[in-house]
Write a protein that binds this ligand. Structure first.
Ligand code: SF4
Length: 320
């Protein structure tokens, strides 16, 4: 029996595939792998989830993540041209714009190690302001916050927290020395304890191996997380990753398809970097992925909401 069939049978019998299975799958025939991933997605999570975001506080970050344009350690233009937390009116304007175009989920994303108490209060005000006017689901990506802060966000109407593991534990250490993946896991567990949903994924194309990517998704699976953003590095001038060789589209497709085997019932969300793919991710959505961040990203341009709705329709999805 082929590796693909064996893994599908395991999943259909209620088991999780192992790291060794995932590594073997990655080397299988491309068309068969993509078709099987699509079948799994149809069987276990045949819906599409679309969200949008605002970069509500940008640049000047105290952390040294090598892939990030917002770190004050590097010389990217975004690190210098940062701004502090936007007003609730500005945040609402973007939320309303996306809502009126049909996107029902909105993430308030901020740069920095963690929001402080005062900033958490301001974000809570912004969330209440939005919720008083439109029926939008709100997520917050505010870094390494604590249980108390997560509880306040939840009370204000936030439903989800975003915090990426980014890569495997060992590879992450080569990318960032100012905080650890354990710091992230501690924050994720505190948010879960506060009753919030978690969106947690990572970034590919940093120079990590497929093994690192698989380890990351297994860690996310162990945390019981069901929304997994996949960012594809867009090398930004001035960061240590500026000269990284881009991943091929085949590597990206294989990676996403293997992720579907690892987490068959989760939303695999194509995030930053998708606009650089020749088809804006359509092949990924037909072979494992079933969610997207639409519109502009944090420091890079995304794909218009209209175009994304067209792609989702072409793929035959129902919106979540
Ligand atoms: S990824 Fe987040 S914590 Fe790391 S440098 Fe960028 S903004 Fe700061």
């Amino acid at each position: 029996m082929s590796v693909i069939k064996e893994c599908m049978l395991k999943i259909q019998n209620g088991e999780s595939i192992l790291k060794s299975d995932a590594l073997s799958l990655y080397k299988e025939d491309l068309d068969e792998l993509l078709s099987a991933a699509n079948q799994l997605k149809n069987e276990y999570c045949n819906k599409f989830d679309m969200c949008s975001l605002i970069n509500a506080k940008s640049g000047n970050c105290s952390e040294n993540c090598k892939f990030c344009a917002q770190s004050a350690f590097y010389k990217s233009k975004y690190a210098k041209e940062g701004y502090s937390l936007l007003s609730k009116e500005k945040i609402f304007d973007r939320a309303k714009y996306n809502f009126e175009k049909g996107v029902k989920r909105f993430a308030i994303v901020t740069s920095g190690r963690a929001l402080n108490d005062e900033e958490v209060d301001s974000v809570c005000e912004a969330v209440k302001f939005i919720k008083s006017k439109i029926n939008m689901k709100i997520c917050v990506s505010g870094g390494l916050m604590n249980y108390n802060q997560f509880c306040r966000l939840k009370d204000s109407g936030v439903t989800g927290i975003h915090n990426n593991l980014e890569s495997s534990e060992s590879f992450f250490k080569t990318m960032c020395s100012t905080h650890t993946r354990n710091d992230k896991i501690t924050a994720i567990k505190a948010a879960q304890k506060a009753g919030l949903n978690i969106c947690c994924g990572g970034i590919i194309g940093l120079g990590e191996s497929i093994e690192d990517r698989i380890d990351m998704v297994i860690n996310i699976r162990e945390l019981g997380i069901k929304s997994i953003p996949v960012n594809i590095l867009e090398p930004i001038s001035g960061t240590p990753c500026e000269n990284n060789k881009p991943l091929t589209e085949e590597e990206i497709l294989r990676t996403v398809a293997v992720f579907r085997f690892l987490v068959p019932d989760s939303f695999i969300r194509m995030a930053g970097g998708r606009s650089k793919l020749s088809d804006y991710g359509e092949k990924c959505f037909k072979s494992g992925a079933n969610a997207a961040i639409t519109g502009d990203m944090l420091t890079t341009c995304g794909i218009s909401i209209e175009k994304d709705f067209e792609i989702v329709k072409n793929c035959g999805y129902q919106m979540n």
